[in-house]
Every structure is written in structure tokens, then in C-alpha cells.
Design a protein around this ligand. Structure first.
Ligand SMILES: [Ca+2]
Length: 153
């Protein structure tokens, strides 16, 4: 009777490896955050905008891939701003990588620590990995209307 727990252990370990393999095969778009900081990006002389320096990587082979990149910031008060960038990617290899430069205008409106978030999905995918990075713009500013611009480089 005392042997039963030892028989269960190997089965449990196999189940963990199986779930890890399945998870890694379920997404093909990965967005990493290289840097996040505040600045005056819209030229209104107020440093109330947030710059996100991202890298977008696509690992599957499809000549055409539609990718949705969700980018967001969580303010010190808990307020969240989320934006969706849709990219149509035409590629001829199994890997495509590009820099993605994102400006979030009029979003740095509170004093304290901010968290930047980014995650990407290929069309039809429901699972991916979200990246987060905390940073600290100084001071608080009068809010405008949050908006976004994004360019690849
Ligand atoms: Ca500004």
C-alpha cells in the first residue's frame, strides 16, 4: 500500500512536459519590449507621451500573415490604456523580425510607476506570451485624449 505514491510521480512529470510542448507550439508571434520611457513625442512641450521600443518576431511559414499586436500601459492608479496594431506581413522565410516603434500620446498623466504591456497574435491564434516592463515617468500632467502612432523599422 505504501508504494502507490511512488507510482504516481512519473506520470505527473510526463504530464508537465506534454503541456509545455503543447503551449510552445500554440503561438508563432512574439513581441518583446526593449525599452519604455516618457517623452514629449507630439511636440506640445509636455512630456506626457510614452515611447515603446518593441521587437516583433514571427516564426511560422506563411507567405502572408496578419498579425495583431496589443500594446498597453497600466498607470499608477490602475487605469489601463490598450491599443491594437494590425500588421499585414508578407514574408518568404520561416522567420521574420522587425523593430516596432510605438508612440502613446497623452497617456503619461500621473506620477508613479507605469507598466508597459505588449503581446502579439497571428490570425487564428488564441495563445501567446505577454511581455511587461515597469518604468517611472516623473510628475503628473493634465490629461489629453490618448492616441497612438506606430512604425516598423
Ligand atoms: Ca506631449
Amino acid at each position: 500500500m505504501k508504494m502507490k505514491p511512488y507510482l504516481i510521480l512519473p506520470i505527473f512529470v510526463l504530464a508537465i512536459f506534454a503541456s509545455v510542448n503543447q503551449a510552445s507550439a500554440n503561438y508563432s508571434v512574439y513581441v518583446s519590449i526593449n525599452d519604455a520611457y516618457y517623452a514629449d513625442l507630439d511636440g506640445d512641450l509636455i512630456a506626457d507621451d510614452i515611447k515603446l521600443d518593441l521587437t516583433l518576431e514571427i516564426y511560422n511559414y506563411n507567405f502572408y500573415t496578419s498579425v495583431e499586436v496589443y500594446v498597453g500601459v497600466t498607470l499608477p492608479s490602475g487605469t489601463e490604456y490598450w491599443f491594437v496594431i494590425t500588421l499585414d506581413v508578407y514574408k518568404s522565410t520561416t522567420y521574420y523580425g522587425t523593430g516596432l516603434d510605438v508612440n502613446l500620446y497623452d497617456t503619461a498623466t500621473e506620477a508613479g510607476w507605469y507598466t508597459a504591456n505588449a503581446v502579439g497574435f497571428a490570425s487564428g491564434e488564441s495563445y501567446s506570451v505577454m511581455e511587461s516592463l515597469s518604468f517611472d515617468p516623473p510628475g503628473g500632467y493634465l490629461p489629453g485624449n490618448p492616441s497612438i502612432s506606430a512604425t516598423t523599422y
